[in-house]
Design a protein around this ligand. Structure first.
Ligand code: NAP
Length: 230
């Protein structure tokens, strides 16, 4: 049975990715930074035939990453899919010139360093054909010039795209595929009720990338199953 771990999976796109992967026959670790919120989400999904597990994992906390990956290594020796989904968008951090250093560091710790730290901690578990999927955002694209939307969040996603490229280089010798995906504008707590997409649609491309047997790309940025510019 193939294995997957999804971060920030107690709600939103992460929760939907867990559900879809489990329904595709994966053994899935639903992870969340808050034990209670994570268990509540886990219990909602775990009633059926799904092979689900829960682990507490705060991606901004190296000790939490160590503890979660140590627990994982007791259970499995290979992780087929790692989905770095967790992120925050602080509504009051839109003012780049005045946002506090603490907030800057917090956003980067979750959105940018978290995926890097967790991927490094999973090195022993990922190998030929494993897929690392970083959920990024179109707001981090610089090819067409960035808008003034949520500058701190946007910069953290641009940096996540760079982390994706560098991890793809670093893990190429191991045969690990590392890519970034923009889910589009999705109706979640982050995207808001006016967003154009359902969570099912938002999860579609990451799940396709995780499950398509013919998928071989690495170091790319995808939206709607197509490569887009960084
Ligand atoms: N929604 C959109 O329109 C949109 C557009 C482009 C990209 N994205 C990206 O898609 C991904 C999922 O977004 P979403 O819309 O589903 O967001 P969401 O509904 O706000 O959910 C975010 C998830 O991340 C978790 N999280 C936050 N900080 C964490 C930490 N330190 N450690 C572990 N988990 C943490 C949250 O947990 P708590 O419940 O504990 O806070 C929550 O489960 C994100 O990477 C986001 O940037 C979303």
């Amino acid at each position: 049975m193939k294995t997957a771990l999804v971060t920030g999976a107690n709600r939103g796109i992460g929760l939907e990715i867990v559900k879809q992967l489990a329904d595709c026959g994966f053994r899935v670790w639903l992870t969340a930074r808050d034990e209670q919120r994570g268990m509540d989400a886990f219990l909602k999904l775990s009633g059926s035939e799904r092979a689900l597990h829960f682990l507490r994992l705060d991606v901004s906390d190296p000790e939490s990453i160590r503890s979660a990956t140590n627990s994982l290594k007791v259970e499995i020796d290979r992780l087929d899919v790692l989905i770095n989904n967790a992120a925050i968008l602080l509504k009051d951090s839109d003012d780049l010139m005045n946002v506090s250093d603490d907030k800057l560091i917090r956003v980067f710790s979750i959105n940018t360093f978290g995926p890097l730290w967790l991927t490094r901690a999973c090195t022993d578990l990922i190998g030929t054909g494993s897929r690392v999927i970083n959920i990024s955002s179109g707001s981090g694209e610089i090819c067409h010039g960035m808008s003034s939307y949520a500058p701190v969040y946007s910069i953290s996603k641009t940096a996540l795209n760079a982390v994706t490229c560098q991890l793809a280089h670093a893990l190429r010798p191991k045969g690990v595929l590392v890519n970034a995906v923009c889910p589009g504008w999705v109706r979640t707590d982050m995207g808001g009720p006016a967003a154009s997409r359902s969570v099912e649609k938002g999860a579609e491309t990451p799940v396709w990338m995780a499950t398509d047997p013919g998928f071989r790309d690495t170091g790319k940025f995808y939206r709607d199953r197509r490569v887009v510019s960084w």
